[in-house]
Design a binder for this molecule. Structure first.
Ligand code: NAD
Length: 458
């Protein structure tokens, strides 16, 4: 076997190994722990492990009368700051390990953005594209009844995620409400329809949070090539709940949306994609691919396009060590959860491409979920301008604390111009801290502080 063959096989093997969700979380965490030398080893072990893992197997009667078994999961990672909070995803690749990794991310996200929730996540292994509405409703109801009192307004509160939406959350609420008659059950789930206790602004909150974090970061960081969102060329992977909203909000803020994509591929137009036409086309054909006046590209081509801002808004691990060297964006904004592998993160960091990490960039969703929960408990309905103003404050503050902490960790004392101060240092140092490390350090410090303040039971 030649050296080059063995090297590429080694790289592929190590990348496959690296992409196990829990190991990914551990690798990201390790970089933060390295910056927190005084942290008690026992606390590290406690923060690294989920509090509770549930696997449920349940039957569903399908439309053709056959019976099919499904596997569901709910992982509660932490309740240190409050009840668990995290989405439910329906996807063929859902596994216990994936859900556990995503539940940990929720813990760091809530701690960083300062909402009083712990982390959780759930999912059912299924292919929603091949299921009727009736079958999806049966799966949701049976899954929620199997979880029983492990979810609840003050224990663990689900929300939408990949291939689930407000219709799914309405079924979650209804099932739980039937099981717990005679009390206010609205706060058991967020992302509900507006006329069922949903919050104004929740549907677009994740995308809006991305917009706010990006505009604040650009105002602070001084990237020479990207002064603001206006006229920036933006590339977005994924055109679902998050990706489609991100595209519209960035366009409305003056950006040129160069390319978008879905499972079937991407489309490109150097003058900007007509997003209204893209949405209508997707509605009619189930994909954006084939939209007139666009060129069809692959998802890999899309990730490597030259642009100012790249926004992965689809699945995990889309930017990995195999393609990180091809990224030509000046800034990556992680709308999806875990779209960058740890190895890719190191490559981008070394190349001086800042990554606004998922636990900051997509925290708008959980922030407005928290607002929805508060409104449900107080029997209130805030108007949209109030929700968005509160969201903006939270996201701006999140960027400010991460940026300040990152400068502190990087020992940068001058007013930072990333291009002139940071890139030369990054190019020479593998260990230069990333924005993700700074964000995780803030989250872990907060969690450890509160753990010690509360004391370890008994
Ligand atoms: P969604 O199901 O509405 O949309 C997913 C999109 O990704 C679809 O357009 C789909 O076609 C596309 N996609 C799937 N596989 C792909 C692939 N291999 N290549 C390219 N595109 C692909 O899901 P969503 O709610 O928009 O969630 C997207 C991401 O954002 C997920 O990582 C999710 O965890 C994260 N997220 C969502 C929320 C929320 O409020 N919905 C909040 C925080 C984070």
């Amino acid at each position: 076997m030649s050296d080059s063959v063995s090297t590429s096989q080694d790289a592929a093997a190590s990348e496959a190994h690296e992409l196990k969700p829990l190991e990914v979380v551990e690798q990201h965490l390790q970089q933060a722990f390295d910056c927190l030398q005084d942290l008690d080893r026992g606390l590290i072990a406690m923060l690294s492990q989920p509090k509770r893992v549930m696997n449920v197997n349940f039957p569903v009667e399908m439309d053709d009368g056959s019976l099919q078994m499904f596997q569901g999961y709910r992982v509660l990672h932490s309740q240190i700051l409050g009840p668990g909070k995290g989405g439910i995803r329906f996807h063929p690749q859902v596994s216990g390990e994936e859900v556990a990794g995503l539940a940990a991310l929720m813990t760091w996200k809530c701690a960083l953005i300062d909402v009083p929730f712990g982390g959780a996540k759930g999912g059912v292994t299924c292919n929603p594209k091949c299921l009727s509405e009736n079958e999806l409703r049966h799966i949701t109801r049976r899954y929620i009844s199997e979880l029983g009192d492990n979810i609840g307004p003050h224990t663990d509160i689900p929300a939408p995620d990949l291939y689930t939406d407000e219709r799914t959350m309405a079924w979650v609420y209804d099932t739980y409400d039937i099981m717990h008659r005679g009390r206010n059950n609205l706060p058991v789930v967020t992302g509900k329809p507006l006329d069922m206790g949903g919050s104004q602004g929740r549907l677009e909150a994740t995308g809006r949070g991305c917009l706010y974090t990006t505009e604040r970061f650009l105002a602070k960081a001084g990237l020479c090539d990207v002064e603001s969102i206006r006229n920036a060329r933006v590339v977005i992977q994924g055109f679902g709940n998050v990706g489609a909203v991100v595209a519209r909000l960035f366009r409305d803020a003056g950006a040129i949306i160069l390319a978008i994509s879905d499972t079937q591929g991407g489309i490109f137009n150097e003058d900007g994609i007509d997003l209204d036409a893209a949405s209508a086309f997707k509605q009619a054909h189930g994909t954006v691919v084939g939209l007139p006046e666009t060129r069809t590209i692959t998802n890999q081509d899309l990730l490597g396009l030259e642009c100012e801002i790249l926004i992965p808004a689809a699945l995990s691990h889309q930017i990995c060590c195999g393609n990180a060297k091809n990224i030509r964006a000046k800034l990556v904004v992680e709308a999806a959860n875990g779209p960058t592998s740890p190895a890719a993160d190191r490559i981008l960091n070394r190349r001086g491409i800042p990554v606004l990490p998922d636990i900051l960039a997509n925290a708008g969703g959980v922030t407005v979920s928290y607002f929805e929960w508060v409104q449900n408990i107080e029997n209130e309905q805030w108007d949209l301008s109030e929700v968005n103003a509160k969201l903006k404050r939270k996201m701006y503050h999140g960027v400010d604390v991460v940026f300040d902490r990152w400068r502190q960790l990087a020992k940068i004392t001058t007013p930072t111009i990333m291009e002139t101060v940071v890139k030369p240092i990054q190019n020479n140092q593998d260990t230069f801290p990333s924005l993700r490390t700074a964000a995780l350090v803030i989250a872990i410090e907060r969690l450890s502080r509160v753990t010690l303040e509360r004391g370890i039971w008994p």
